[in-house]
Design a protein around this ligand. Structure first.
Ligand code: SAM
Length: 177
């Protein structure tokens, strides 16, 4: 798959949620994980991290939004159920992306929303758990950016393999004079 992604969360306050989100990030192939102003000792949750994500995933901790820094060319995608945000199934994921979720008892801060290049929401009746929301967005990235055999017309597994990759025409080489 082309590009990379990282995922993070602002003002997280529950160990179980961060462990859950990190485990999913690790499993979906995230390149880094970050927190902004966490309300718990994130490094202290190592003991409850069963997938060993801390040993395999670079972790960055920022004390506030101003301190947050991302790799050059990496677009920040806020995940929040707010008006005027983009519906996830219609969103084109950036090749280089950092996704950020809000706290369990609130929403992405106005300052963080301001920094986002895009804000997306998962169309549903009400908010779900922060770890679940993160996993759904990572899954959407996977199915929209990786190639899979097409879904069949009838219920069940695929009936055909991957279509051949269609390479573009070769560009004409400039001849040097
Ligand atoms: C449990 S929600 C926070 C509570 C929520 N703001 C409320 O009104 O009750 C925690 C975080 O999960 C993410 N989240 C949950 N459901 C979402 C959805 N349907 N679309 C986008 N983000 C969602 C957001 O990042 C949110 O800040």
């Amino acid at each position: 798959m082309r590009g990379y992604f990282g995922i993070g969360v602002e003002q997280i306050s529950k160990e179980g949620n961060i462990g859950n989100l990190m485990r999913s990030a690790h499993s979906f192939g995230a390149s880094f994980f970050f927190t902004i102003q966490p309300a718990i000792d994130v490094k202290g949750i190592r003991a409850t991290d069963t997938s060993g994500a801390f040993d395999h995933l670079p972790y960055y901790q920022y004390e506030d939004v101003k301190e947050m820094s991302l790799p050059t060319g990496c677009q920040l995608v806020g995940i929040e159920l707010i008006e005027d945000s983009i519906e996830l199934p219609s969103f084109k994921h950036p090749t280089r992306a950092a996704y950020v979720l809000g706290p369990e008892m609130g929403s992405l801060s106005p300052e963080l929303q301001e920094r986002c290049d895009h804000i997306v929401h998962i169309p549903m009746k009400f908010c779900v758990n922060v770890g679940v929301a993160g996993a759904l967005v990572m899954y959407d990235r996977l199915i929209s950016m990786r190639r899979f055999p097409p879904r069949p017309v009838k219920a069940g597994g695929p009936t055909e393999g991957l279509a051949d990759h269609n390479f573009g025409h070769r560009r004409k080489q400039r001849t040097q004079k």
